[in-house]
Write a protein that binds this ligand. Structure first.
Ligand SMILES: C[S@@+](CC[C@H](N)C(=O)[O-])C[C@H]1O[C@@H](n2cnc3c(N)ncnc32)[C@H](O)[C@@H]1O
Length: 340
């Protein structure tokens, strides 16, 4: 087949593939197979699913290269291992977030949003902006927050690589603004054994179960969770991290957040934004795809290093540099307090 045609076919069938994977996750296929190869009969019996449909699902999952079949026995491929619950870098919950009903109901608004330039699909669909909707819908909030933790877990290695170049003295106090359940902070405290840190989050998250990661990484004695509104006030810290925060907001709101942090930071503070940073050139980049998700979910956008530098400099921060991980998927935009 003409490669152009098969390329289009693959794009079209992307949504079908995602639904097949979702079915495998939902029914527990990856949990049942886990580390031991299993026959189709064992799998369908354990899951109590229809044998014929079950086998057809396993066959399709093998085509998608998350399972492999050998002599009638199914095993997980290395991609399939990331879909298990207990993989340290599990992709499972982020996957379920992306294929959720909430997400699916937003994308049909993309054409009208592109046409009229109004970036409010959440309001069009649900009558309220994203974070208000999460406040009033605990099930969607859990889907979202679990998804964010999973996306952080997935990028664990890339983030460690990005943070290698950041000066953190062992005495520093670090603050993860909008840190979700605290995956980034807890991994930092795990790596730097005398560091202390704060996850700053909305009250709904802090009141919810937040300590599971501090316990998992054995850092509960050095980690605190503080509730508040990053538009109003934040704790004082030596180093601030904002991972996937500024891309949620338009320029005016982003400047307001960064200015609030500057007002509460000591004079020699550092600030690091971790984002899907767009390249300055027009070369194709994953961040341009994620930027569409920002239209659909938020009123923010993905930005280039120059655009981040401009926001930072309008908020009292001196832009230093942007570094990228090896696969060029994530960028760390680094800044320090602007000299008086
Ligand atoms: C896209 S998530 C990123 C979470 C986390 N940093 C990560 O990368 O997994 C955005 C986070 O910002 C938090 N947030 C939104 N509005 C906030 C506010 N006004 N003050 C503090 N946190 C806020 C949300 O609760 C959410 O956890």
């Amino acid at each position: 087949m003409d490669p152009a045609k098969s390329h289009l076919r693959d794009l079209l069938f992307g949504q079908m593939k995602a639904q097949i994977l979702r079915t495998g996750i939902k029914l527990g296929v990856f949990v049942v197979i886990d580390t031991e190869p299993k026959s189709a009969e064992e799998i369908v019996t354990t899951l109590d699913i229809d044998p014929d449909h079950g086998y057809r699902l396993l066959r399709a999952l093998s085509y998608l290269d998350v399972l492999t079949e050998s002599n009638g026995m199914f095993s997980l491929t290395s991609a399939g291992e990331y879909l298990t619950e207990d993989h340290p870098h599990t992709f499972k919950d982020y996957f379920l977030f992306e294929v959720s009903q909430t997400n699916s109901s937003l994308w049909p608004h993309l054409p009208s949003s592109i046409e009229d330039g109004e970036q409010n699909t959440f309001v069009r669909e649900f009558g309220e902006p994203l974070f208000d909707h999460l406040d009033s819908n605990p099930e969607v909030a859990t889907l979202f927050n679990d998804g964010m933790e999973s996306y952080s877990r997935l990028h664990g290695a890339e983030i460690q690589e990005l943070l290698n170049g950041i000066e953190i003295t062992e005495k520093s106090h670090v603050c993860d603004i909008g840190g979700g359940y605290g995956y980034l902070l807890c991994t930092l405290l795990f790596t730097h054994q005398s560091l202390t840190g704060t996850v700053f989050e909305q009250p709904e998250i802090v009141e919810h179960e937040t300590q599971h990661l501090a316990t998992e990484f054995g850092v509960a004695d050095r980690c605190s969770y503080v509730a508040g509104d990053m538009f109003e006030a934040v704790p004082s810290a030596d180093v601030y991290f904002l991972k996937h925060i500024i891309h949620d907001w338009n320029d005016t709101q982003a400047i307001q957040i960064l200015t609030t942090i500057r007002e509460h930071a000591p004079d020699d503070a550092q600030l690091v934004l971790i984002e899907h940073v767009l390249p300055e050139s027009s070369s194709p980049h994953f961040a341009s795809l994620y930027d569409m998700q920002m239209i659909v979910w938020t009123n923010g956008r993905e930005r280039t290093p120059g655009e981040y530098a401009s926001l930072l400099e309008q908020s009292g921060w001196e832009y230093n540099e942007t570094t990228f991980d090896e696969n060029d998927l994530l960028g760390a935009v680094k800044a320090t307090t602007m000299p008086c």
